[in-house]
Design a protein around this ligand. Sequence first.
Ligand SMILES: C[S@@+](CC[C@H](N)C(=O)[O-])C[C@H]1O[C@@H](n2cnc3c(N)ncnc32)[C@H](O)[C@@H]1O
Length: 225
Amino acid sequence: MIAISLISGDKSTIVFPMTQKFRCIVADPPWELKLGKTSPVDSEAIPWNHDLTLTQLEYPTMSVKELKALKVPADRDAHCYIWTINAHLEATYEIARAWGFRPVTLITWIKSPMGLGLGGTFSNTSEFILFCRRGTLSAKRRVDRTWFGWPRGRHSEKPEEFQTIVESVSPGPYLEMFARRKRPGWSSWGNEVESDVDLGGQGLPLVEQPSPFLLTGQTLSLTGL
Ligand SMILES: C[S@@+](CC[C@H](N)C(=O)[O-])C[C@H]1O[C@@H](n2cnc3c(N)ncnc32)[C@H](O)[C@@H]1O
């Protein structure tokens, strides 16, 4: 395999070309969200949104069409975990199939209620991970549940505990798509992390300074989450 070395400042990153295949992929897509002015947001419900107005997410988003069109560097036999939210559950199954995977199990992250927060009639207190397979890759172990009560992080941040479980279930090599930080033992790809895999030029260029939170205000709400 040919490795391309990218030197950026004092950092040196080995970038693997698209020919590198992964047996385990975790993807946390930048879902498009419907912004609405339908109901007041209880700012207490959104710990990162103190006294501000919700106008925009902190990162660029992608449409379902764009997500489906992504070329994902999966091995012939592989596992894939796709993070999703209520509003995009159906699309997540479509995306999994478009990437060549069989959707298998929906895993739920249960979050404690914090008042009327993001969501529609029912405030969102759960997120989901669609576990998918292709080919015949066996799991390293079975897990005794499909829900987890990991603690909340900052907006969009997913719990590290999840990837610890993934490592115990799925064989590597591991790739995290739409990553925002490096995790030891994983290749990372995204526009807010030094990617060490090249997906054939797909995706946005690296943002050197990830934008600060742009969540502002008390009168807008997110609907359809
Ligand atoms: C939902 S966030 C990921 C959150 C991350 N998993 C965490 O736990 O902090 C989605 C990420 O995808 C990035 N992104 C959006 N559009 C992208 C694109 N076209 N190519 C690469 N990355 C993109 C965003 O900037 C953001 O960092």
